[in-house]
Design a protein around this ligand. Structure first.
Ligand code: SF4
Ligand code: SF4
Length: 340
């Protein structure tokens, strides 16, 4: 069932939510789009973002709320029932919160490789418009960033935004930098708009996507006595693959001397070792590979490796699954190990 529009937080609002991870530029992108609407398109608007204490690599949400010039915006609450959701990393679609509240007649834009239909897309409303753009590839090729590509896609996909005004706001942001920077971002923006690809027949949700509860599961009346946590979390179940921003470390085993320096600097302990006894009867350890479920792509291992055994490569669909060496093989089997 579609929600009653009269219960919306304000009249004539047009609301956009960016779902991203720290480092992909969602906050700056939101600022540019809202700035374009207010300063160049004669609209009222507000923009703000939310992110955790460790911004880079953690979930970031950026909110843009727009209204006609004669319609006041009287709320600064997070956007829970967006008209548009822009997903900066396809891996985020696996979490139900990413599409929470998307309206039945809304628009979903996601960054994904050509032909990619990530898990979670089926949660979109069947009546929503769904678009894919290969933001990572375009950003690499144009020496720009995903955020420029995605706001180009957004400006093209929704009639409420004027493409030229958003592009002008983007170029104004880089006005103090070199012409090359302005040109690369302009090209990325235009390719995002021109290479936007409609994906049909994907959403299965009937009506609006239900809004996920944003309040804590426990309050002062319902929390267990003494503050006990009966279901503690377990870092073995962590999945950090969405924190990688297009690059992954690759082990070239024949160059590795098992010195362990990469393991000393890896913040997430995702390097997998095995023990053995050599021909002389001496015990030793060998680096078998990387468990990409826990790898956030910080590249400290690459920077530290003195033999060139650990190298940085662009991430392609399925590559992490193919090369992954599970740290906890039993757990990987149970979880399917397919999100790395
Ligand atoms: S730092 Fe390089 S050579 Fe040393 S164990 Fe790691 S990958 Fe192998
Ligand atoms: S990039 Fe290297 S150091 Fe960083 S989390 Fe992944 S394996 Fe660890």
């Amino acid at each position: 069932m579609a929600r009653d529009p009269s219960v919306r937080s304000g009249a004539d609002l047009f609301e956009v939510r960016f779902e991203s991870i720290g480092g992909l530029g969602a906050h700056v992108a939101g600022k540019i789009v809202a700035g374009a609407a207010v300063l160049r398109m004669n609209m009222n608007g507000s923009h703000f973002s939310s992110y955790g204490s460790e911004k880079k690599g953690s979930v970031v949400r950026s909110f843009i709320r727009l209204a006609p010039a004669d319609s006041a915006i009287r709320t600064s609450a997070p956007i829970e029932e967006p008209d548009v959701v822009v997903v900066f990393h396809a891996g985020l679609l696996a979490h139900p919160a990413t599409l929470s509240g998307l309206r039945a007649g809304g628009t979903l834009i996601f960054a994904g490789n050509e032909g990619d239909l990530p898990e979670g897309l089926e949660r979109a409303p069947g009546t929503a418009k769904v678009f894919r753009v290969d933001a990572q590839k375009i950003a690499f090729e144009e020496k720009s960033r995903e955020n420029a590509v995605l706001i180009g896609a957004l400006a093209e996909a929704v009639p409420e935004l004027d493409r030229q005004s958003v592009l002008d706001a983007l170029t104004a942001t880089f006005a103090g930098k070199s012409d090359a920077v302005v040109d690369s971002n302009t090209r990325a923006f235009n390719r995002g708009a021109d290479e936007l690809e409609a994906v049909a027949g994907i959403g299965r949700q009937d009506g609006d996507v239900p809004t996920m509860q944003s309040h804590p599961a426990w309050g002062y009346r319902s929390a267990p006595i003494g503050g006990v946590l009966p279901t503690p979390g377990n870092t073995a179940h962590n999945d950090l693959h969405t924190s990688r921003t297009g690059w992954m470390p690759i082990l070239e085993r024949d160059k590795c001397i098992d010195c362990g320096m990469c393991d000393m600097v890896c913040p997430d302990l995702c390097l997998v070792w095995s023990t053995h006894v050599d021909a002389d009867g001496n015990p030793g350890v060998k680096l078998d590979g990387i468990d990409y479920q826990y790898c956030k792509g910080c590249m400290r291992c690459v920077e530290t490796c003195s033999t060139g055994a650990m190298i940085r490569e662009a991430e392609e669909p399925g590559k992490a699954d193919e090369l992954r060496v599970p740290l906890f093989p039993g757990l990987a089997t149970a979880a399917g190990g397919k999100h790395a």
